[in-house]
Ligand binder design. Structure first.
Ligand code: 6R9
Length: 644
């Protein structure tokens, strides 16, 4: 197979080039403490640290600590330190759901807003270490609320606005939040999202919540519970804009973010203060090669880790101007992103392969009628990008002149780990290319044997990096069990990966029971438990299937209780049920009624076979002789749902 190679960009003074990348690698390998000590200078410390790396993935002395005796404040790094040099520069350019509905906040304005919200939170009794849940649209106030939490040392937990009241309630309960911040409603693609009403429903099951701070976004009519609910605009009246930043230890918790795994309920991924901020500050600067005055647009929602690290913390810590987009790429039409790029003058665009594929289908004209002359660099994240979509992004969107950084990372990693640097790395469409300096990937087989050279296997990381998650909230044992026991002494990513002869990494997708739907992580177990919670369902098994736009779709096999009859109506009911239980992103794309599921004699569902059926790879079902009743497979194949 001949691969097209796109040479690294040249001719931009000050960019990290090949030599600089090599030099950093050398430094990280020969003197790790010295290397990370220097890198940690990208942020301001209140108390300088004296210890750098203090980590071990071995069970006997398992620990992950970075810069552990230093202290700092995240909001001071994102705001205060820029005031003297760029107080009047835009920090946030907000673009609403309707084109041209914009608002700009300078660093000075965002600083003031953050301090005032922080004082409101204090007034509601929020103290250092308390948890605050945010359930918000992509409005500038959301960034101010995040920064306000960090200013006083409260731990934020953001729940994506597309999650149901039940999912929200579970996340509030798990971390025991005392305050929720929401908006009256959100706007997405011309539709209203009833955020406050969802909070009211969730709070029926969350007695620990003392206050709800409500931000007026649409002015929609929402119920207010006296004594509990407070309008932010009322609470802000007369509030001081003086709020000194709380000095936080480097290892103090910064935020919790729930993410799906192979088993059980979503885990509260915990990131701490110093290491996380160093990592997102450095990776934003290096991977996007950001320069003063440029406009950076990451289209992710703050409900996901990409929104945390590259809409808010990474850009603001670097004094960048970041776009917050409260809309969707296909509203009011398929030209929305490109029209907005032109109107705002966006220089760097960071988005997901699923959005690229969806827009690619609509034809080039939506793109080519815009100029996109301001664009310098493109990025992708969230799932593997197929070479066709990469090619289209490069040729049509970037006019063949913008490098693409395909960035691999996870909620757990805090920030980017494997990615090209635009001026140092030759690009291969579909490959996240090479690890950043100091990042140590390895490929292993199922037994843990290390695979060398060009090969394919499971992706692990053999050593820590500052942005690594520190624990699962309230369940340190689950943290260790989930990530460090499959391959003892190594962090297991859950991803499969190929490495080619040039040492380039090609992520092939999850090898566990996590599916990636439009770049959103879903645990198959979560969808299954939602399905079996319906009164008609006896058993359910959920697997991923290839989907042209979403990357993966959700295929559900459902066995009904005795006496229940399969019907199209029931199929629609069950899909709607899952929407209500978890949220629209979890709604099955295909739902097949199965009189029985393929099981081993010990009663384990053979997902391997279900995956093959969902993929329509029927010639490859493999050995079915160990099944308790091999006949069920024939029925499932015969009644397979057409998925196109
Ligand atoms: C940042 C984010 C993590 C999972 C990860 C992998 C997939 C992310 C990717 C990619 C191929 C890339 N993934 N980036 N796969 N190429 N550039 O998406 O975090 O939501 O936790 O998902 O996404 O499978 O394990 P998260």
């Amino acid at each position: 197979m001949t691969e097209t190679l796109y040479p690294a960009a040249t001719g931009r003074a000050g960019s990290l080039d090949r030599a600089a990348y090599e030099a950093q690698w050398q430094a990280a390998a020969t003197d790790p403490d010295g290397y990370w000590r220097d890198e940690a200078r990208c942020i301001d410390w209140i108390t300088p640290f004296t210890t750098v790396k203090d980590t071990s993935f071995d069970e006997a002395d398992f620990r992950i600590r970075w810069f552990a005796d230093g202290s700092l404040n995240v909001s001071a790094n994102c705001l205060d330190r820029h005031l003297s040099t760029r107080g009047d520069q835009p920090a946030i350019v907000w673009e609403g759901d309707e084109p041209g509905e914009t608002r700009t906040l300078t660093y000075r304005e965002l600083h003031r807003e953050t301090c005032r919200v922080a004082n409101v939170l204090k007034g509601l009794g929020v103290r250092k270490g308390d948890r605050v849940t945010l359930y918000l649209p992509m409005i500038a106030e959301a960034a101010a609320a995040m920064l306000a939490c960090t200013r006083i040392g409260a731990i934020h937990s953001i729940v994506f606005g597309g999650f149901s009241p039940d999912s929200l309630a579970n996340r509030i309960q798990d971390c025991d939040s005392s305050v929720v911040i929401c908006a009256d409603e959100g706007c997405r693609g011309g539709k209203r999202i009833p955020l406050k009403k969802n909070v009211d429903k969730a709070l029926e099951h969350c007695p620990g919540v003392r206050h709800v701070l409500v931000i007026r976004r649409t002015g929609g009519d929402v119920p207010i519970t006296e004594g509990r609910d407070v309008w932010l605009h009322d609470a802000l009246e007369g509030v001081s804009d003086d709020c000194p930043p709380e000095p936080m230890n480097a290892e103090d918790p910064l935020f919790i973010l729930y993410t799906s795994g192979s088993t059980g309920k979503p885990k509260g991924v915990l990131h701490t203060t110093g290491g996380y901020l160093v990592w997102v500050t450095k990776t934003f600067r290096d991977v996007f090669d950001y320069r003063d005055g440029e406009l950076f647009w990451c289209t992710a929602d703050i409900g996901w880790v990409t929104g945390h690290s590259y809409v808010v913390y990474g850009p603001l810590a670097n004094g960048a101007t970041t776009v917050m987009f409260d809309g969707v790429p296909n509203y009011p039409d398929h030209g929305r992103l490109w029209e907005t790029v032109d109107r705002l003058g966006v220089n760097i665009l960071y988005t997901a392969p699923t959005a690229i594929r969806a827009l690619m289908r609509e034809g080039d004209e939506w793109v080519t009628k815009s100029s996109r002359a301001s664009l310098r660099l493109l990025g992708t994240v969230g799932e593997p990008i197929n070479p066709e979509a990469w090619g289209w992004y490069h040729r049509v969107v970037g006019d063949g002149r913008c490098p693409i950084v395909d960035t691999w990372w996870q909620t757990e990693t805090g920030g980017i780990l494997i990615s090209p640097l635009p001026h140092a790395t030759d690009l291969k469409p579909g490959s996240a290319t090479k690890p950043l300096p100091g990042v140590q990937p390895q490929l292993v087989d199922a037994e843990g044997k290390v695979l060398e050279g060009p090969t394919e296997g499971n992706l692990v990381l053999t050593d820590s990096w500052p942005g690594q998650m520190r624990t699962v909230w309230n369940d340190h044992d689950r943290f260790f069990q989930t990530y460090f026991t499959t391959y003892p002494g190594k962090y297991f990513t859950g991803d499969g990966c190929r490495r080619d002869a040039d040492g380039y990494y090609w992520i092939t997708g999850r090898v566990d029971d996590v599916i990636n739907v439009s770049g959103h992580r879903m645990g198959t177990a979560e969808v299954e438990s939602a399905l079996v919670a319906h009164s008609t369902v006896a058993e359910a098994a959920v697997v991923g299937m290839p989907h042209e736009v979403k990357g993966q779709g959700i295929y559900a096999f459902v066995t009904l209780n005795v006496g229940e009859e399969p019907s199209d109506e029931l199929r629609a009911t069950l899909r709607q049920w899952v929407r209500n239980e978890i949220g629209p992103i979890a709604s099955p794309d295909a739902l097949q009624f199965a009189p029985g599921l393929p099981k081993t004699r010990s009663g384990k569902i053979m997902r391997r076979i279900l995956r093959k059926i969902a993929e329509n790879d029927l010639g490859n079902l493999g050995d079915t002789s160990t099944l308790a009743d091999p006949g069920v497979v024939d029925t499932l194949v015969a009644e397979r749902v057409q998925t196109g």
